[in-house]
Each structure stands twice: as structure tokens, then as C-alpha cells.
Write a new protein. Structure first.
Lengths: 289, 334
């Protein structure tokens, strides 16, 4: 029964990882940028929500509604102010620029908030859970996170396949020059992609911060989890990302059940195993994004 | 009428002066432990470690296009190799050089996995692999587990002598790394890498074994970085997994190489000098110094893609290390 519980928790944890990962996947798919500050953006969002709540007393939901648009705008600005010029220089520059951003965010948070761990207070919701049977009970927060992940993935899928902006985004991803010749504003499209990526990872950061404690230094680990979820699932496939997140979450909770010291290691090993035996990912994309 | 005589050769007067100048600098550096306080040599040891690591990262990223964010794996493995070898009776100063061999051996199977990823994904993939080595080392109780351990086999030495030997070992590792890059790039491998950098498909077509060239570079970089990690252990005398496997080491390497000038052998030297000066000036300012480094990296990545040395070199056509060829005689009219 303990193991069944671990499986259920692991699968639900996958929702959180997918939420972390979809922005990373989108930015890579559209601009070929791996944002090394991805995890730090999530942590920054958590701290912003923390401060918003303590200064204005708006509550977690209110803080979320404030933080997400702020991060969408922040994403657009980072794209046009930093990533866009870096893209012109070359692929190495974007990597370096985002790495620099990561170091700046981490240390600025450390300076502003100290290295202490904090948590977002969600009142009684933090411990409320759905009792299923025996030793299995599922926290409402995990369920909400998983549900949000599915909603975000469906919305992204619909946005990319149905909306005209989504179509232009796919066209720009396939061939930026041809798309620009046909009238697409690549810079604007990239800005929107980054805005979406930042908003989703901010949401992931907030959901994470409601469930566990956070500190300025945890960003890089979140980036690695997101990255692992993307690669395990298969590059360029949004549903693959959800599957990848669930496999990663499963590996971690099962590893933790066996020995808490193996939590992270089990996840990394699954990732390496996929890399070794199925480098295209569990769910290969129909179209190479 | 005489036909134009084109001669192709390496370098010229500048490279002779570079060799002479470097020899003088190295001789002065080697003499320093007799002349200055240990606090000064201690700072120079840090500089030499960083320069060795940065030269290796430059070889990886600047010449082979392998942008790794996981070189801290070899810093840590190098340090732990020295510790393990010393437990087995190998003197740590010898261990530093054996650590290079150990790291190259570990890098071989690692490259099989890491090379499945390309470009930016290679960068993050190597980071994950470094985390795996980090987590595995925390499980090794004999080597101190999660809290780390001290290197005790050097405690019998007189501290002044110990610091002097550490300094010379650091100097040797750094020289081997920088000269190793120079020699490697002058040879067939350098030619292959240049071809790959310019056009990978064309290079393949011309019969360059791209995979081989990149793998050799990866192994060499692991070896050099591992030796530098070994030097860190013999200078600090203790090791903790969380700090020795910190991604900060790779951040420093990247900063030094990018600010100095990626893809040039002179760049890392200049970058390491800039880095150590900033570190000495702002060490008291805590994290502000890291914020400054991060911000500087962003600015350089966007505004100065060739780095300080690359910009100077392009403008004035100076190369101190001549790994390329110069064609002479083109300017003379027949």
C-alpha cells in the first residue's frame, strides 16, 4: 500500500514538473533557446508572491492573479531587451545571457531575502487531502496542480494549433526568415512565446511554493527537473512533457520510498536511461519541433 | 619579372616574443614562493586553478563547440580522486596528475551518453550528469558522504613548504593545460576542429572524423579540469560534495572565457586576470560581486561576443599564440 501511495503521489508530482517544463519546451521549440534561468524565474515568482501577500494581504489567489501577468510582461521585456539581441549574435550568446540572468536573479534574491527557506501560506489547504483508502490520500493542492498542468497544456495545444498567433508562431519556429517574408513579426512572436513561458513557469513556481518551502538557491534544480521532463517525454511534444513529468515524478517518489537519499538520483538515472536507450523520448513528436 | 613568392608559416616575430615573454613570466612565477608571502601565492594558486579550468572550457566550447555546463563534474571527481588515491597510499601531489587520468577515463563512458544531446541540450544534459556524480559521491561514506572530509596525508609537511609545493603543482597543471591546448590545436586535431567549426557538414564530407575530434577534446578537457580539481583539494585540504560539485565553477569558467574572448588561447588568460582582480576588489561585498559577474556576462554575451581579447585581436590583427597560419607575400605586387 505504501508503494501504491508512492505511485499515486509520483504521478501527481508529474503534473508540477510538466507545468515547470512546458515553458522551457515552448521556448526551445520556437526560438531554439534553452533558458538557463528558467528555474530561477519560478523562484523569483514565488518570492514576488510572498512579498505581495505580506505587503497587501491579498491572499494567495490574488497574488497569483497579480504575479502571472507581471511575469508575462517581464518575459516579453527579457525577450526584446536581452534574448533578441543575443539571438542575433549566435546560439552561444543566448545560453550565456540566460546563465548570467540566472546568477543575477539567484544572488539578488539572496541579497534581498537572505538564504532562509520560506513557504507561501495557503491556510488549511496545505494539509487538506482527499482520503481514498487505507494509506492513500491525495492532497488537494497536488490535485489542483495536476489539473492546472492539464489545463495549461490543453490551452497551449489549442493556442498553437487553432489561433492565428499560434499558427504564426509555428511558422516562425519552422522557418523564421520565410515567416518574416510572409509578414510575420518574428520579434513580437518570440516575445509572446517568452511571455507565455514566463507566465507558466511563474505559475509552476507558485504551485511549488504552496506545497513546499523554497529558498533563492533552488532554481537550478527546478530547471533540471523541467529539462528532464522535456527530454524523457520527447522533444517538441507537449503531451510527451506531461508523460515525462509523470515518469520523473514516479521515479523520484519510488526512489524516495526505497531510500530518501535516492530521491533525486532515481530521477536523474531514469533521465540518463532514456537518453541511452530511447534518445527520441518516450513519446516522439510527429513533427520535429 | 619575378613571380610572387607566397610563404605560409606559423606566427612570426610576435610568437617568438610571446614564447620569450611567457618563459620569463613562468620563471618569475616559479620563483615567487621564495619572494612573497603565502597569502599572495595563495591568491595566485586560485588564479592558476581558474586559468587551467577556463582554458579547458575554452577548448571545449570555443574550439569544439561543446558548450558544457557540467564541467564541475570533473572538478569534483578530480578532487575526490586525489582523496581516494591518498587513502590508497598515493602522495597527493602525484595524485593530482593521476586525477587527470582518472577523469579522462570517467569522461569516456560519460561522453557516450552526453554526446546524444546537441547544442543547448548538451549543456543542460552535462549539468544533470554532474549532479549524478555529485549525488553518488554523497553516498560514499568512506570519502565523507554528504559532509565531506579532510585530506590528512599532507599534515606532516611544514605549512610553508606545503604551500610552496602546492603552488608549483598548480603552476605545472596550469602550464600543462594552456600549453596542452596550444599543442593540440597546432596538430591534426586543431585542423579538424577548425574545419568542424567553420562547416560541420563540409568537414564530414572532406573526411574529418567529427565525432572523434570532439570526443578527444572532451576527454582532454575532463583531464585538465580534473587536475585543477585535484589542486583545489591540495590547496584547501578538505572537500565537501556540495561545494566541489557546485555549478559555480562552470559559471566562473564561462565568465573567464567569455569575457576574455572565446575561441582564442589568449582570452582565458586575460579573462582570468580580470576575474581575479574583480574578486580581490569586491570580495568584501558578498553576493554583490556575483551579481556584477552575472550582469557583466549578459552584457558581454550581447555586446562583445568576441570578448576583450577577441575584440583587440580582430582590430589589430595580433595573435600571441599562433595556432593558425599566416600567408606572406600577398601584398607584394609581381
Amino acid at each position: 500500500m505504501i508503494w501504491v501511495n508512492a505511485i499515486v503521489q509520483g504521478l501527481l508530482l508529474g503534473g508540477l514538473y510538466a507545468l515547470f517544463a512546458c515553458g522551457l519546451s515552448l521556448m526551445f521549440g520556437v526560438m531554439r533557446i534553452v533558458n538557463l534561468a528558467h528555474g530561477d524565474i519560478a523562484v523569483l515568482a514565488a518570492f514576488l508572491a510572498y512579498s505581495t501577500i505580506s505587503f497587501t494581504r491579498v491572499g494567495v489567489l490574488g497574488a497569483t492573479l497579480i504575479v502571472l501577468p507581471v511575469f508575462a510582461v517581464f518575459g516579453y521585456l527579457v525577450q526584446s531587451g536581452m534574448l533578441s539581441p543575443a539571438l542575433k549574435v549566435g546560439p552561444l550568446s543566448t545560453l550565456l545571457a540566460t546563465f548570467g540572468l540566472s546568477i543575477v536573479i539567484q544572488n539578488a534574491l539572496q541579497q534581498g531575502y537572505s538564504a532562509d527557506t520560506r513557504a507561501l501560506n495557503v491556510g488549511s489547504l496545505v494539509s487538506a487531502s482527499l482520503h481514498i483508502s487505507g494509506q492513500i490520500s491525495v492532497a488537494y493542492l497536488s490535485l489542483i496542480t495536476f489539473g492546472l498542468a492539464v489545463v495549461v497544456l490543453v490551452a497551449l495545444q489549442l493556442f498553437l494549433s487553432r489561433s492565428s498567433t499560434g499558427r504564426i508562431m509555428r511558422a516562425t519556429a519552422d522557418d523564421p526568415e520565410a515567416a518574416t517574408l510572409s509578414g510575420a513579426n518574428a520579434r513580437h512572436v518570440y516575445g509572446i512565446a517568452t511571455a507565455i513561458a514566463f507566465a507558466t513557469v511563474a505559475l509552476a513556481g507558485l504551485m511549488f511554493a504552496m506545497q513546499s518551502s523554497f529558498s533563492p538557491s533552488i532554481g537550478p534544480t527546478r530547471l533540471l527537473f523541467a529539462f528532464e521532463a522535456v527530454v524523457i517525454g520527447g522533444l517538441g511534444s507537449l503531451w510527451g512533457t506531461l508523460v515525462g513529468g509523470m515518469v520523473l515524478g514516479l521515479a523520484q517518489t519510488l526512489g524516495a520510498q526505497y531510500n530518501p537519499a535516492f530521491t533525486l538520483l532515481a530521477g536523474h538515472i531514469i533521465f540518463l536511461a532514456v537518453l541511452a536507450f530511447r534518445p527520441q523520448g518516450l513519446i516522439a513528436a510527429r513533427r520535429t519541433a | 619579372m619575378t613571380a610572387a613568392v607566397l610563404t605560409v608559416r606559423r606566427g612570426g616575430r610576435t610568437s617568438v616574443w610571446t614564447a620569450l615573454g611567457s618563459a620569463v613570466v613562468v620563471a618569475v612565477l616559479a620563483y615567487l614562493p621564495y619572494a612573497v608571502a603565502t597569502s599572495v601565492t595563495g591568491t595566485i594558486v586560485t588564479f592558476l586553478e581558474l586559468l587551467a579550468m577556463a582554458s579547458m572550457w575554452n577548448l571545449l566550447a570555443g574550439y569544439a563547440g561543446l558548450v558544457s555546463v557540467g564541467q564541475q563534474a570533473y572538478v569534483g571527481l578530480g578532487a575526490y580522486s586525489v582523496l581516494q588515491l591518498s587513502d590508497w597510499g598515493v602522495p597527493p601531489y602525484v595524485g593530482v596528475f593521476l586525477a587527470a587520468v582518472v577523469c579522462a577515463l570517467i569522461a569516456l563512458p560519460t561522453s557516450l551518453l552526453a554526446f546524444r544531446l546537441r547544442g543547448d541540450y548538451f549543456a543542460v544534459g552535462t549539468w544533470v550528469i554532474a549532479e549524478v556524480y555529485h549525488l553518488v559521491m554523497t553516498q560514499d561514506r568512506a570519502l565523507g558522504g554528504g559532509s565531506g572530509r579532510a585530506l590528512t596525508t599532507l599534515s606532516g609537511l611544514d605549512p610553508v613548504l606545503r604551500q610552496a609545493i602546492t603552488y608549483w603543482v598548480a603552476l605545472a597543471v596550469c602550464l600543462l593545460s594552456v600549453l596542452g591546448c596550444d599543442l593540440l590545436l597546432r596538430g591534426l586535431l586543431g585542423l579538424a576542429l577548425t574545419a568542424v567549426r567553420d562547416d560541420e557538414v563540409a568537414a564530414r564530407g572532406a573526411g574529418v572524423s567529427v565525432g572523434w575530434a570532439k570526443r578527444v577534446v572532451y576527454l582532454v578537457a575532463a583531464a585538465g579540469t580534473g587536475a585543477a580539481g585535484g589542486v583545489i583539494l591540495v590547496s584547501q585540504l578538505n572537500v565537501a560534495p556540495d561545494s566541489i560539485f557546485s555549478v559555480q565553477f562552470t559559471a566562473y569558467m564561462i565568465f573567464i572565457v567569455v569575457v576574455g574572448g572565446i575561441g582564442t588561447l589568449e582570452g582565458p588568460v586575460l579573462g582570468a586576470i580580470v576575474f581575479i582582480v574583480i574578486q580581490q576588489l569586491f570580495a568584501g561585498a558578498g553576493v554583490w560581486y556575483l551579481i556584477l559577474l552575472g550582469a557583466l556576462a549578459v552584457v558581454v554575451a550581447i555586446r562583445l561576443p568576441y570578448g576583450l581579447w577577441g575584440t583587440v585581436s580582430r582590430r589589430f590583427g595580433i595573435r600571441l599564440f599562433n595556432v593558425g597560419y599566416t600567408v606572406r607575400g600577398l601584398d607584394k605586387n609581381p
